[in-house]
Design a protein around this ligand. Structure first.
Ligand code: ADP
Ligand code: NI
Length: 198
């Protein structure tokens, strides 16, 4: 087990804060912190590089195309403060998104699998529902249009969110994902009831 470099993480946190302070599509600093906390929880008892795991969690959304196109913010930080971690952390970040998955890419390291699980867990449950509606509003998508195969927020539940449980890498994440997905299904049932005026 490689212990966490606390001073380095504090620097990373400050760096991330500068970019995501005003972020309003669900990729804010609080998302980053939840992904970090969940990654540490999923990593409990495992023999891995905690610093690389934490850096990947903190930096993972800085260059996401939904936030910033064509930037190299994560890589710049790593090259400057911990070049020995650049390769490992960038491999995680570049291959962990849902769109990477649909393009056939996969994260290989255990650190990457854990951060990917933690990020996906944050798209589920009560927070996942909130993030989905926030993102939808910000990108001019409607709440629901009566279908599940269009671009509405509710349709996104079926197109992506409810598929995440099956994609979890670790057993611990699978259990949490299952419980959060069940909650979302209850939410959907209630949503349809109210939609129909019941
Ligand atoms: P992350 O980068 O944190 O893995 P995503 O960028 O995939 O997450 O999405 C962030 C949040 O925005 C998610 O919680 C997801 O529900 C929501 N989101 C992403 N794409 C869409 C979409 N096309 N419609 C509605 N919500 C979306
Ligand atoms: Ni994320």
């Amino acid at each position: 087990m490689v212990e966490m470099d606390k001073a380095l993480l504090a620097k990373a946190r400050e760096y991330v804060q500068g970019f995501l302070e005003k972020e309003a599509t669900g990729h804010d600093v609080f998302h980053t912190e939840r992904v970090l906390a969940m990654s540490i929880k999923l990593a409990e008892g495992m023999d891995l590089d905690l610093t690389a795991l934490a850096l990947a969690a903190l930096l993972h959304d800085l260059d996401d195309y939904k936030i910033s196109l064509g930037t190299q913010r994560a890589r710049s930080f790593l090259d400057r403060y911990c070049p020995d971690k650049t390769e490992m952390v960038m491999e995680i970040i570049e291959n962990m998104s849902f769109s990477s998955h649909t393009k056939g890419k996969a994260v290989i390291s255990i650190e990457g699998k854990i951060v990917q699980d933690a990020d996906r867990l944050d798209a589920l449950g009560a927070i996942g529902i909130a993030r989905c509606f926030a993102y939808s509003g910000k990108t001019d998508r409607q709440l629901y249009k009566g279908e599940t195969d269009d671009d509405s927020a509710i349709a996104h539940f079926y197109q992506k969110l409810l598929k995440l449980e099956a994609l979890m890498n670790t057993d611990k994440a699978k259990m949490i994902a299952h419980e959060r997905s069940e909650y979302m299904k209850e939410y959907l049932a209630r949503f349809y009831q109210e939609w129909k005026g019941e």
